[in-house]
Design a protein around this ligand. Structure first.
Ligand SMILES: Nc1ncnc2c1ncn2[C@@H]1O[C@H](COP(=O)(O)OP(=O)(O)OP(=O)(O)O)[C@@H](O)[C@H]1O
Ligand SMILES: [Mg+2]
Length: 250
């Protein structure tokens, strides 16, 4: 069953129509990749899925486990199993990263788990696997995190939360080669655990570590191509312009 369904989504930001009818479905245990040139609307889709109120859904719907989340606050979407990672994560330096993790686990569980939460020990193991220094937990969230540390911290959060669907906007941006391998492995683990995962990326490189079930290509607020991993390879080899011309998109 599809955990996330985006149906004919039209979205405006400050009165300007950015998404012009996007439909896609992410099923449990699947990973899909969203590609597309700069400014094609990928982040707009992620922000809208997250429930950012600046992104107005003009038409269409978003379903999570068959239920429309269109009118729901971001926290409610999260509590229902959605995790969104942003292209430029927002630092909250006044909140210790360890506290944020605990608060998110509490929110997901719908109750205060307390210090006896046995999963707390997991964060150290995950940090080691993701190549994150353990001192990040005692720092403010994002406080002085490098770009790559921020991305790794976000994936760590996703693994802790165990969402039914994780959508991550460019989780590979700014990562070194070891980071790329580490987060690919982590995302594969999420998928093996039954989550549906959607990532956006500019590079076929991450898709070599993480074979996607489907690749979507967005252009000018619409999905213009859909297929298997071969699309990502073609994008890297030929570039968007050539592919779009060949396939009659432009
Ligand atoms: N507040 C706004 N006012 C006007 N245009 C906006 C606004 N916010 C976003 N846009 C436009 O929407 C389009 C889509 O932007 P979006 O960030 O979704 O693209 P993207 O595919 O994520 O690009 P990138 O690969 O560079 O991250 C861009 O042309 C952008 O300038
Ligand atoms: Mg973007």
């Amino acid at each position: 069953m599809a955990v996330l369904e985006v149906k004919d989504l039209h979205v405006a930001v400050e009165g300007k129509r950015i998404l012009k009818g996007v439909s896609l479905a992410i099923r449990s245990g699947e990973i899909a990749a969203l590609m597309g040139p700069n400014g094609s609307g990928k982040s707009t889709l992620f922000q809208t899925i997250a429930g950012n109120p600046r992104y107005e859904v003009v038409e269409g719907d978003i379903l999570l486990d068959g239920v429309s989340i269109r009118g729901m606050a971001p926290e409610e979407r999260f509590a229902r199993g959605l995790f969104v990672g942003f292209q430029s994560p927002i630092a909250v330096p006044e909140v210790r990263f360890a506290f944020l993790i605990q608060a998110m686990l509490n929110k997901k569980a719908g109750k205060k788990l307390g210090d006896a939460n046995p999963r707390i020990g997991e964060v150290y193991k995950l940090a080691d696997e993701l190549g994150l220094r353990r001192d990040v937990f005692n720092r403010g969230t994002g406080a002085g995190f490098s770009g790559g540390e921020f991305k790794r911290a976000e994936v760590l959060l996703a693994l802790m939360v165990r969402p039914s669907v994780a959508v991550l906007d460019e989780p590979d941006s700014g990562l070194d080669v070891d980071g790329m391998a580490a987060i690919s492995k982590a995302l594969a683990r999420l998928v093996e655990g039954g989550a549906g995962v959607l990532i956006s990326t500019h590079y076929a490189r991450i898709l070599r570590f993480l074979e996607p079930d489907r690749v979507y290509v967005m252009f000018d607020g619409k999905l213009v191509l859909e297929g298997g991993p071969e699309i990502a390879r073609k994008v890297e080899e030929s570039g968007y312009e050539r592919i779009f011309k060949e396939s009659g998109v432009i």
